[in-house]
Design a protein around this ligand. Sequence first.
Ligand code: PRP
Length: 177
Amino acid sequence: MITEFDEIIVSEQQIRTRVSELAAQISADYQGRDPLLVCVLKGAVFFMADIVREITVPCELDFMAVSSYGSATDSSGVVRILKDLDANIEGRNVIIIEDIIDSGLTLSYLRKNLHARNPASVEVCALLTKPSRRKVDIACKYVGFEAPAKFVVGYGLDYREMYRNLRYIAVLPEEDS
Ligand code: PRP
């Protein structure tokens, strides 16, 4: 059994409500534009699976896996693509689906990389953002929640690959990190 976390910052119900709101916003903005949703593995899989089922316009899914050369809790901005997209995104309306924007370095690299492939547009949809941790400015059109500058886990977010399967998002107690 996973023990219950004391400091829950986003409950299961809050996630559900916000995911529906974001999906409604995306559905309105992308009428007739058949967006391609790009999930950044692994953290964003639950968010992707939930939001795509609430989006009401025709859309496609693709996946990328990247690894940053930072430490376990800090990314360095040097990003390696472990799995690239299957789709050719030239002329497509791409929405990058992320679980969290921390320093912004991963997304900054990804945006540049995808822009170089001549898509019609690239927007970002992130469930969480930690503005206080930002090292580079990153435009994110769709944001779920602001998170405190603490290590958070759950709903895709891990600590050493654990806790991704929590239904809520919680602060990792200091003694565990
Ligand atoms: C997390 C998250 C983002 C990145 C954000 O991924 O999913 O991709 O870090 O950090 P940044 O804004 O400081 O660049 P992580 O490398 O932990 O991989 P995971 O999704 O497989 O857990």
